[in-house]
Ligand binder design. Structure first.
Ligand SMILES: Nc1ncnc2c1ncn2[C@@H]1O[C@H](COP(=O)(O)OP(=O)(O)OP(=O)(O)O)[C@@H](O)[C@H]1O
Ligand SMILES: [Mg+2]
Length: 221
């Protein structure tokens, strides 16, 4: 399965989700390629920390690929891995567009804040342009860094549900420091000790939701 973690707004949690997905799927003994398609290279930095933490025994492969030929590179790599996870930058880039044309699933996390949610129209417009090149792309959205208090989250959810391009998953990730703490050590949230059980459960529920959507599209996970 080829996943792109995308969006138009910086800081929505793309790299956090991409790296945690890589760690979770690798823990299920899947052969994973994590592709850093962002010049900020956060996924690459994460992998370097992880390599140190794991004493040089990495459990997934990571490469950096950017540019308009990303789709061609990914097509060449697709048969060699069980899953490819592409982490793109927080803007509408050539790399993101190229990644979306070869992905089976696109994940669009949104932080539940106005400035973030206002970029929904831009994500819809981006998908309008990409879908003719990849009509079977499954585009999924969910809330990240959800605040447990206030109506913000519900308002944001209503807006996300209104998009006819996106499948809304009601499996938000809370605003949990465990994600940052784990990343700082090159770990996924499922590996952090002491564990933040809520963060682990939320992340697993999100992945289950994605897998369910893929299955309902008859895409083999
Ligand atoms: N669910 C969460 N709870 C708490 N902090 C989070 C959560 N998700 C992400 N963060 C934090 O938010 C910040 C931005 O996350 P991240 O780097 O994953 O976003 P991004 O979308 O990849 O950003 P960019 O657009 O710059 O690539 C990081 O400090 C990260 O630790
Ligand atoms: Mg990032």
């Amino acid at each position: 399965m080829i996943y792109t973690i995308g969006g138009i707004k910086g800081g929505s949690g793309k790299t956090t989700i991409a790296t945690n997905l890589a760690v979770l799927l690798a823990s299920k003994k899947r052969d994973i390629l994590l592709v850093d398609a962002d010049d900020q290279e956060s996924a690459t930095d994460f992998t370097a920390f992880r390599n140190q933490t794991l004493d040089g025994i990495l459990d997934y492969t990571a490469v950096k690929i950017t540019g308009s030929d990303l789709n061609g590179q990914i097509r060449r790599l697709a048969d060699k891995y069980d899953d490819i996870i592409i982490d793109v930058g927080g803007r509408d880039t050539v790399s993101q567009r190229s990644a979306l044309t070869v992905s089976h699933v696109a994940l669009f996390p949104f932080a539940a804040r106005s400035f973030d949610i206002w970029t929904l129209n831009k994500v819809n417009a981006l998908l309008n342009e990409v879908l003719p090149f990849n009509p079977t792309l499954l585009s999924v959205t969910f809330i990240n860094k959800a605040d447990s208090r206030g109506n913000y989250k519900d308002d944001a959810a209503e807006l996300l549900k209104s998009s006819d391009k996106l499948v809304f998953l009601n499996t938000p990730l809370g605003n949990r420091i465990a994600f940052a703490n784990a990343a700082a050590e090159g770990l996924g949230v499922i590996e952090l000790k002491p564990a933040d059980e809520k963060a682990v459960l939320e992340f697993k529920e999100l992945v289950k939701g994605i897998e369910k959507s893929l299955k309902s599209r008859k895409l083999k996970v």
